[in-house]
Design a protein around this ligand. Structure first.
Ligand code: DGI
Ligand code: FE
Ligand code: FE
Length: 198
């Protein structure tokens, strides 16, 4: 039975689960469960609070299926950097997702919210929880891209190396598509992905 730590919200675990389920389709919900389980495992391996990691992993994509119109309204009215309007929902769902998580799930914990904020792009400075959620998102059991087994091996052996592996491969993937790179993704790559001295 699914159950999450109830110390971070006035809502019960069941209420959080019900709201998450109602906010996304079944396959996205399953992804969130996978990220939660993998985050718990990574927390265990790295001496971090497993229950907090499991909850954060579960809610990381809470806003993944929010409409563009709702994201844009939130950016304009909730004090977000208006530069965000030049980006898209791939970038919005983590950063602006924190607003919907506060509004709907009543989770206000700064450490949880920043891990959600950075879960797509990473950041030059990442906390243990930031890294756990960032990596768990990439390697959860339902992920099946080429290289995911190596990503798992690297990440379970060394969390920082997992962050570097993910940033390097995500950047390669984006460059191959000639996608625009969000500056934070590049800054994160320079810290965690790039080899020193080159
Ligand atoms: O929400 P998920 O699909 O579980 O995973 P995610 O939040 O890590 O990433 C969503 C997508 O965002 C993924 O396909 C890669 C993409 N992405 C990450 N960094 C950047 C980016 N897309 C662009 N255009 N620029 C970036 O810097
Ligand atoms: Fe995401
Ligand atoms: Fe995700």
């Amino acid at each position: 039975m699914l159950h999450f730590d109830e110390t971070y919200s006035p809502l019960t675990s069941d209420e959080i689960i019900a709201k998450a389920r109602a906010n996304m389709d079944a396959s996205r919900f399953e992804h969130c469960i996978g990220v939660s389980e993998t985050a718990r495992h990574l927390a265990h391996l790295n001496g971090y609070d497993e229950n907090k990691a499991a909850l954060t992993g579960f809610i990381h994509d809470y806003a993944k299926q929010v409409s563009d119109a709702d994201f844009i309204a939130a950016i304009k009215t909730q004090g977000f950097d208006l530069e965000l309007l030049k980006w898209n929902r791939l970038i919005w769902h983590g950063i602006v997702g924190t607003y919907f998580i506060k509004r709907d799930l009543k989770i206000m914990d700064a450490e949880i919210l920043r891990a959600v904020w950075y879960h797509t792009t990473g950041a030059p400075k990442m906390t243990a929880l930031d890294k756990i959620v960032f990596v768990a998102d990439y390697i959860e059991p339902r992920r099946s891209f080429a290289g995911v087994d190596q990503a798992r091996q690297v990440s379970f052996a060394n969390l920082d190396a997992g962050v570097g592996y993910e940033l390097t491969h995500t950047l390669e993937f984006l460059l191959a598509k000639r996608a625009r790179i969000y500056p934070q993704t590049l800054l994160a790559y320079n810290v965690w992905g790039a080899e020193k001295g080159e």
